[in-house]
Design a protein. Structure first.
Length: 397
């Protein structure tokens, strides 16, 4: 009887296999070396979505931006945007008989009260101080105060309920009420607004930076590396909004085939006071990673001319109507008043583990910025621009 656990490929076969790509002196290694040399003067842009670095090529010094450290107001908006999910989490814990939900509910009420004390037009204008929010600070403060008031009232109702509020009631009286004096602005609209506001600032600053750099986008090589959201998200053009942002910032000049998502490439980590030699090593590492991928991409059309060509999915638009019951890609908004599509986007970023959460608003914010000369004041945000959030709101119950 053959013991399959003791199987090993023959030495000759193993050496032949390694000679192609896996050996340190393989053909694949040699081709990647040649491609690195051939494209050594081309710009290379590496990003994780928060840490970004441009290697201009030809030995020139890199240009670095860290958007993680400078995203002012992101935590504030995200903290409020998460509140509907926090309520749903709390209710689900109660359904499961996990009594810690009561402790969580009381703690949440305390935090909401503290946020109301700190939140103000002055806080947003002088402390957050984001150019993209100039002129709308008072409205942002009203949105946050209103959301805290309505959420506090709902949590107290849940605490006072003997059996617990149903998810049908959550939708009818908190998430999606119709003509309700208790909740005049549905929380679904608030979520759309805060997602849009957060990405308005991020998109505006990244577009402004990339357009200020003198880059030949037709030859620029782009690597999106590391983790930018959930462990399951952002691995395709359709699910990683950084692809759309970079492409639009380039004036649509970046060839889609020049952009590669490399989740298994080394993460880009920028520290303060890094030495020049460290950047040389980082650049070589990423140029090598790009070249290894490029090798197969360049050979395919030479080997298989005459057969259908793969095209990167830059623009795929799906519109939904009242009869749509399922979607398998992110729906586009017919207009900024397309509330059904907006709320469907909110559902999809939660329900599809491949999506980045920021995809709820990113694409239509990016498109409007690029269509309007990167002017945030020209961007219409669903749930915000045409929505009135009551000032100093007091629920009538």
């Amino acid at each position: 009887m053959i013991d399959h656990d003791r199987y090993r490929p023959g030495d000759a076969f193993h050496r032949l296999f390694a000679a192609f790509t896996s050996d340190a002196f393989s053909m694949g290694k040699h081709l990647a070396d040649a491609l690195m040399k051939d494209r050594g003067d081309d710009p290379l842009f590496v990003t994780t979505g928060t840490e970004m670095i441009i290697f201009p090529g030809g030995g020139r010094e890199p240009v670095i931006r860290s958007f993680r450290k400078s995203t002012r107001g992101f935590i504030e908006l995200t903290a409020v945007s998460h509140l509907p999910c926090a309520i749903a989490w709390m209710m689900r814990m109660r359904e499961l008989g996990y009594e810690v939900w009561r402790k969580d509910a009381h703690y949440l009420i305390e935090q909401l009260a503290d946020v109301r004390k700190q939140n103000s037009e002055q806080y947003w204008r002088e402390h957050v101080d984001v150019p993209a929010y100039r002129g709308i600070e008072a409205k942002i403060a009203d949105l946050i105060d209103y959301t805290c008031v309505v959420t506090t009232a709902f949590v107290r109702r849940e605490l006072a309920s003997e059996k617990g509020i149903s998810f049908a009631e959550l939708r009818a009286h908190y998430l999606d009420p119709v003509a309700s004096p208790q909740v005049p602005v549905p929380m679904n609209d608030m979520m759309g607004a805060t997602f849009g506001l957060a990405f308005l600032d991020i998109g505006h600053r990244i577009i402004d930076w990339l357009r200020s750099e003198d880059m030949d986008w037709t030859r620029t090589m782009v690597l999106i590396t590391g983790r930018t959201g959930r462990a399951t998200s952002g691995f395709t053009w359709a699910t990683n909004n950084m692809c759309h942002l970079i492409w639009q910032a380039s004036g649509q000049k970046l060839p889609p085939e020049n952009l590669h998502i490399a989740p298994h490439a080394p993460s880009l980590v920028i520290r303060d006071n890094m030495e020049p030699d460290e950047f040389v090593e980082i650049e070589e590492q990423y140029r090598w990673s790009y070249a290894r991928t490029l090798a197969g991409l360049e050979l395919a059309p030479r080997m298989f001319e005459g057969y259908p060509q793969y095209r990167s999915p830059v623009e795929e638009r799906l519109f939904i109507d009242p009869g749509t019951t399922t979607v398998d890609q992110m729906p586009s908004l017919r207009s900024m008043d397309d509330r059904r599509a907006m709320v469907t986007r909110l559902r999809m970023v939660l329900e599809d583990p491949a999506q980045l959460i920021s995809n709820a608003a990113a694409h239509f914010v990016i498109d409007q910025l690029c269509e309007n000369g990167n002017r945030p004041d020209k961007v219409v945000l669903p749930g915000f621009t045409h929505m009135d959030y009551p000032h100093a709101f007091v629920p009538p119950f």
